[in-house]
Design a protein around this ligand. Structure first.
Ligand SMILES: NC(=O)c1ccc[n+]([C@@H]2O[C@H](COP(=O)([O-])OP(=O)(O)OC[C@H]3O[C@@H](n4cnc5c(N)ncnc54)[C@H](O)[C@@H]3O)[C@@H](O)[C@H]2O)c1
Length: 266
């Protein structure tokens, strides 16, 4: 532990993982704890967030958990109140919730469109809605939003709702950054590329590769100029920088963590 965020309180929304191993939110929660933060880990899946807490406590870190749906205003308000009840402040808000359902406008159902906008964008809005007044009162705070390179490029799949919502998340983050720049509150995005997280096995392989996990991994690796996908720790270390005081003059920024994928033309 090097204490890069020693003594801070980090509220991580979507802090579990859909499968074994480390998703982006879980890795961020564990890394924040390793670097000295007290973590408030929230997830819709109690077992997943309990596993994150178990890892953090096994390593000697501090973690409290809360189960709730980040797409529902009353549950987000309850989650923020619970974090305040536990630790009395919120220094870092990490908005990790998100995911894709494939389809262009003609194929995608209205329900799947609405779900993705809510999952990728409304979750960040609701968390900010209840956390920002607290950070403003504190005179300090750092918000880290997890976007995607799908916000700026095409990765060979039809993902219109995911692309639109992840692009919207960046501009939402920028709007918050601008409004709160004079109040000590920063808002930034990490923009991951093709990462090998449990999501690949749990969802992507089924959505785009008829459940063929080996093909999904090989195909995604081949799309990366580095020859290999990144992983959840690559995303977590970028988030750690943005969450820390090392980034005290950084707001409205995007850190692309993609091994050069967006430099490539397909
Ligand atoms: N893996 C990639 O290649 C990749 C690339 C770019 C961006 N991303 C982004 O990273 C983020 C997810 O990464 P991950 O690896 O942590 O995914 P994950 O699905 O493993 O973890 C997300 C966690 O969020 C929880 N969750 C789902 N719905 C929720 C809700 N309504 N309320 C509260 N919690 C909820 C899940 O239970 C899960 O534990 C997403 O925003 C995704 O778009 C991933």
């Amino acid at each position: 532990m090097t204490g890069r965020i020693e003594g801070k309180v980090a509220l991580v929304v979507g802090a579990g993982s859909v499968g074994e191993g480390y998703g982006n939110g879980k890795a961020a929660a564990v890394l924040y704890a390793r670097e000295g933060a007290k973590v408030f880990a929230v997830d819709i899946d109690e077992a997943a967030v309990t596993e994150t807490k178990r890892i953090i406590e096994n390593e000697g870190g501090v973690c409290a958990t809360h189960t709730g749906d980040a797409m529902k205003a009353d549950q987000v308000e309850a989650m923020v109140n619970a974090c305040m009840g536990e630790y009395g402040r919120i220094d870092i808000l990490h908005n990790n919730c998100g995911g894709s359902i494939p389809g262009g406008p003609a194929e995608l159902s209205e329900e799947d469109w609405d779900f993705q906008i809510d999952f990728n964008l409304k979750t960040a809005f609701l968390a900010c809605k209840y956390v920002l007044p607290i950070m403003e009162k504190q005179g300090s705070g750092a918000i880290v939003n997890i976007s995607s390179i799908a916000s700026r490029t095409n990765i060979g799949r039809r993902l219109c709702a995911y692309q639109a919502s992840k692009a919207g998340l960046i501009q939402f983050s920028n709007a918050v950054a601008f409004q709160y720049a004079g109040k000590g509150v920063r808002s930034n995005c990490v923009v991951p590329g093709l990462m090998h997280t449990p999501l690949v096995e749990a969802r992507v392989a089924g959505q785009a590769y008829d459940g063929d996990v080996a093909k999904a991994i090989a195909d995604r690796d081949a799309m990366c100029p580095a020859g290999k996908m990144g992983d959840a720790w690559d995303v977590a270390y970028a988030a750690l920088y943005l969450a820390s005081d090392e980034a005290r003059y950084v707001t409205g920024a995007e850190i692309v963590v993609d091994g050069g994928v967006t430099l490539k033309s397909f």
